[in-house]
Design a protein around this ligand. Structure first.
Ligand code: COA
Length: 530
C-alpha cells in the first residue's frame, strides 16, 4: 500500500465511522430507558419485529436511516430516522416493502420528513410492484405542525390514497397494529386489505377518549372504544385478533404465505464474485472529493468477475472518456453503465456518447446504472459554440425518457446540470444511493463563493476589501459544503441510503433485482436535436 492509498483508506474508514455513529443515534432513540418502556408495554423495538417478519437468515435492506436529523421543527431539532423505519425484506421469498412507526420518537407521530419517507417507500413499492406491510404504532399527525402535514398532496391523506390504489393493482396492503392508531392514523388499520390487532395493545379510533368526552360527553376507556376486541368482534374493521406481538407477526406471515412468487423480467446469469475485492475502493478513491477518479478500477471492484465490457473506449481521448460507458453483470444481472471518470467534467463528446449509449440500452432493455462524480458540463465559449447546451439537453432527454430501471450511485461531486444528465433525484431513478464521498449541490462551495461575491459587490456598489472577500468566500464555502454533504442530503431524503463502500455491490444488486420485478416497456424518446 502506497502512502497515498493508505491515506485514502484511513480517511474513508474514519468517514464511515461517523456514519455508523449517526446511524446508532437513529436506531436507538431514547437509549436503554426507551427500550425498557417498550418492555413494560409488552413490546419489542421495531427492528426486532421486522427481523421476525422477514424470512429467517435474510437481510433487511433498511432505507434512509439518517433521515430527520437537524430538521429544526418547532420544539424538535431531530426526528431520529424520521420516526419511521422503511425497507425491503423477503417474506416467503417475495420482496416486500415494510413500514414501521417507531413509537420511541414522539409516539411515532408524522412530521413532514416522516411523510416524505413514507411516500418515498410507497412510491418504490408501487413502481416495483411490491406488497406492503405496515407495523402501525402512531399518534397520527404531529399536531403542532398540522398545516405542514395534513392538507396537501403527498401529506397525510396520500398515505391512504396510495394504499387504496396499490390494493386495486393487486398489491397487498397488510397492517399490524401494535399500539395507538388515532384519528387519521386509524385509517392505516381500516384501509388495509387485512389487518391484525393485539389484545389490550392495539387501539384504533377516529377520536380518542379525550376527544369523545369533549365532543359527546361520553366517558369511555380506549379498550372499550376501539380496542382489538372491538374491531375484530364488533365493528369488523380489523380481521385477526392476536395475544402478543410474536403471534401477530406470525399471522402477517401466514396472510402472505400464499402470494404468487415474484418473477425477474431479465435473463439472470450465473453470479461470479469480483476478482478485485470491495476493500480496494477504500484505497482507489481519493480522500479529496475534488480529485479525479479511475472509475474503471472502481467498476472492477463491484462487477461480476471484475469484467466490464466497455463501449467506445477509444472515442475522443481526454474528452469523450470523462464518461465511461459499457456493460457489466451484477450478481448475474446485466447492467448498462454510464459513469463519470477522471475529473468528471462533461464535454460534448462525452455527452454525445452517453446519450447514444442510454438509447442503446433502452432498445435492448438493459437497466442502467449511473455512477455520478461530475462537477458539471464544460463551460466557456469553445464548449458553448460546439453545442454543450444542446448535447447536454439531449442527454437529459434520454435520461428522462429511458423506460428501463435506472439507479444512481453518487461517489463524488454532483453539481449543476450534471446532476440532471446523470439521473439525479429529479429524474426519478428507481433507487438513489449516496456515499460519504458524495457532494450534491447546485455548484461547489468554491464556485458559489465567487458567484455570490460578485453579486454582493454589485449590491454594495463598491469593491470589497481583501479581508471582506476572504470572510465572505469562507462563509459561502462552509454553507455550500455543509448542504452538499451526505448527512445533510440524507437527513432530507435526497438519497435512499448512504452506503458504505463495502455495501455497494449487495445494495445495487438488490435494487436492480427489485426494479426488474415488472416487465420493461418499449422505448420511446421525445424530440432530440443531435
Ligand atoms: N402530536 C404531537 N405530539 C404528540 C402527539 C401528537 N399527535 N401524540 C403524542 N405526542 C407526543 C407527546 O406529547 C409526548 O411528547 P414528550 O415525550 O415530549 O412528552 C410523546 O409524543 C410521547 O407521547 P405519550 O402520550 O407519552 O406516549 P404514549 O405511548 O403514552 O401514548 C398515544 C401514545 C399515541 C396513544 C398518545 O400519545 C395519544 O393519544 N396521542 C394523541 C393522538 C391523537 O389524538 N392524534 C390525532 C392526530 S391525527
Amino acid at each position: 500500500m502506497s502512502d497515498l492509498t493508505g491515506q485514502n483508506r484511513a480517511h474513508w474508514e474514519k468517514e464511515e465511522q461517523k456514519l455508523d455513529e449517526l446511524v446508532q443515534q437513529a436506531i436507538c432513540p431514547g437509549g436503554e430507558k426507551a427500550v425498557q418502556r417498550l418492555v413494560q408495554q409488552g413490546k419489542q423495538p421495531v427492528r426486532d419485529l421486522i427481523c421476525r417478519l422477514i424470512d429467517p437468515e435474510t437481510e433487511f435492506f433498511e432505507l434512509s436511516r439518517i433521515a430527520g436529523f437537524g430538521m429544526n421543527y418547532p420544539d424538535v431539532q431531530d426526528v431520529p430516522c424520521a420516526g419511521l423505519v422503511t425497507g425491503l425484506g423477503r417474506i416467503h421469498g417475495n420482496w416486500t416493502m415494510v413500514f414501521a412507526n417507531d413509537s420511541r420518537v414522539k409516539a411515532g407521530t408524522y412530521f413532514p420528513i416522516t411523510l416524505k419517507k413514507h411516500m418515498r417507500a410507497q412510491a418504490i413499492a408501487e413502481r416495483c410492484g411490491l406488497n406492503c406491510v405496515y407495523i402501525a404504532d402512531s399518534g397520527g399527525a404531529y399536531l403542532p405542525m398540522q398545516a405542514e402535514v395534513f392538507p396537501d398532496d403527498q401529506q397525510f391523506g396520500s398515505m391512504f390514497y396510495n394504499m387504496a390504489r396499490m390494493s386495486a393493482m393487486g398489491l397487498k396492503q397488510i397492517t399490524l397494529s401494535t399500539g395507538g392508531n388515532t384519528a387519521g392514523g386509524a385509517y392505516l388499520v381500516f384501509m388495509a386489505c387485512q389487518s391484525v390487532m393485539i389484545d389490550k395493545m392495539s387501539y384504533s379510533f377516529l377520536g380518542g377518549p379525550p376527544l369523545v368526552k369533549a365532543a359527546t360527553g361520553e366517558v369511555i376507556s380506549a379498550e372499550d372504544l376501539g380496542g382489538a376486541r372491538v374491531h375484530t368482534q364488533l365493528s369488523g374493521g380489523a380481521d385477526h385478533l392476536c395475544q402478543n406481538q410474536e403471534e401477530a407477526i406470525d399471522q402477517v406471515r401466514e396472510i402472505l404465505s400464499l402470494e404468487p412468487p415474484q418473477k425477474l423480467y431479465i435473463q439472470r446469469y450465473q453470479e461470479a464474485p469480483p476478482r478485485v475485492p470491495a476493500e480496494a475502493i477504500y484505497e482507489l478513491l481519493a480522500a479529496n472529493v475534488h480529485h479525479g477518479i479511475n472509475v474503471r478500477a472502481f467498476i472492477e471492484a463491484i462487477a461480476d468477475d471484475s469484467h466490464f465490457a466497455e463501449y467506445k473506449r477509444h472515442y475522443a481521448p481526454g474528452l469523450g472518456d470523462n464518461i465511461v460507458t459499457g456493460k457489466m453483470r451484477l450478481k448475474g444481472i446485466p447492467v448498462g453503465i454510464v459513469a463519470s471518470n477522471g475529473i468528471g467534467i462533461i464535454f460534448t463528446q462525452a455527452a454525445q456518447k452517453a446519450t447514444e449509449w442510454i438509447i442503446r440500452c433502452c432498445q435492448d432493455k438493459t437497466p442502467l446504472l449511473f455512477i455520478q462524480a461530475s462537477p458539471g458540463y464544460m463551460v466557456g465559449s469553445d464548449s458553448e459554440h460546439m453545442g454543450i447546451g444542446k448535447y447536454g439537453a439531449d442527454m437529459v432527454r434520454a435520461v428522462s425518457c429511458a423506460q428501463v430501471p435506472r439507479v444512481q450511485l453518487v461517489i463524488g461531486p454532483d453539481n449543476g446540470a450534471a446532476n440532471y444528465g446523470m439521473c439525479g433525484r429529479g429524474y426519478r431513478p428507481h433507487f438513489l444511493f449516496s456515499t460519504m464521498r458524495a457532494r450534491t449541490s447546485v455548484m461547489s462551495g468554491r464556485s458559489a463563493g465567487e458567484v455570490l461575491m460578485s453579486i454582493e459587490e454589485r449590491k454594495r456598489g463598491k469593491p470589497m476589501s481583501d479581508e471582506e472577500k476572504a470572510a465572505f468566500r469562507q462563509q459561502m464555502t462552509d454553507k455550500y459544503d455543509g448542504e452538499a454533504h451526505p448527512f445533510y442530503c440524507g437527513a432530507r431524503l435526497l438519497n435512499d441510503r448512504v452506503l458504505k463502500f463495502r455495501e455497494i455491490r449487495d445494495w445495487l444488486s438488490m435494487a436492480f433485482g427489485v426494479s426488474l420485478l415488472r416487465p420493461i416497456g418499449e422505448p420511446s424518446f421525445g424530440n432530440q436535436r443531435f
